[in-house]
Design a protein around this ligand. Structure first.
Ligand code: SAH
Ligand code: DHB
Ligand code: MG
Length: 222
């Protein structure tokens, strides 16, 4: 099995089921032109997020880690006209590109990019007494995952779906002795979830254009 094969299969799935969308492709092109790293979710993963948000009947979505707004567009497109997506980004240049991309997608009324450290923005949401989110997508710095998950739980309701990207990273997550802060963060996240009776979760390995990786799907129980 090779990256070349994973790319070919992803291209096949994206061509057949996801289709080509000038707005989404424009968002990626604008992100690349601005020098952002090419680490947005793949098109078929973006569509998965979109479908999960639809299945969830989401009216309020929270994203941690915006980059150029590619996944934010997929998620926000699942919202009703009076829905809300709040996405958190630490890098002003990324936030600026994302705001432009969300505007070009016609989503400036529903999607808001908040600039700052995710931990601070999440604390601010709690202080504001933000209404609970129906879906949370955590995709920022990986050492922060346990903290972001704990804070996301406090912004959740029974039935909220929390998705965490990049929990496999080439398989290193299985190394209990790893000193890599991202691995430690992701393993702590799993320990945290496992110890919390309010959460039911699973993690799934994936291959594709993003290499060998995976995601965690966690549901806040009633
Ligand atoms: N969700 C995006 C990809 C996000 S990449 C997509 O799929 O389209 C991760 C992003 O998290 C980067 O833009 C990075 O600047 C941001 N980030 C990293 N550390 C952060 C922090 N502490 N707080 C907020 N954002 C952070
Ligand atoms: C990286 C971050 C991501 O969110 C991702 O999906 C892939 C790679 C990174 O920091 O390298
Ligand atoms: Mg990611």
């Amino acid at each position: 099995m090779s990256q070349q094969q994973w790319d070919a299969v992803d291209a096949y799935f994206s061509d057949t089921l996801v289709g080509h969308d000038p707005v989404l492709e424009g968002a990626l092109a604008a992100s690349a032109a601005a020098g952002l790293p090419p680490i947005a979710v793949a098109p078929n993963q973006g569509k998965l997020l979109h479908l999960l948000a639809l299945a969830q009947g989401a009216r309020r979505i929270l994203e941690v880690g915006t980059l150029g707004g590619y996944s934010a567009i997929w998620l926000a497109r699942a919202l009703p006209a009076d829905g809300r997506l709040i996405t958190l980004e630490i890098d002003p240049a990324h936030a600026e590109v994302a705001r432009r991309n969300l505007k070009a997608a016609g989503l400036e009324q529903v999607a808001e990019v908040r600039l700052g450290r995710a931990a601070d923005s999440l604390a601010a949401l709690e202080r504001e007494g933000a209404a609970p989110f129906d879906l949370v997508f955590i995709d920022a710095d990986k050492p922060g995952n346990p903290d972001y998950f704990a804070r996301a739980l406090r912004l959740s309701r029974p039935g909220t779906l929390i998705i965490v990207d990049n929990v496999v990273r080439g398989g290193v997550v299985a190394d209990a002795d790893s000193t890599d802060p991202s691995v430690i963060g992701t393993r702590r996240l799993h320990d945290l979830i496992a110890a919390d009776p309010r959460v039911s979760a699973t993690s799934v390995q994936t291959v594709g254009t993003k290499g060998y990786d995976g995601f965690t799907l966690a549901r806040v129980q009633g």
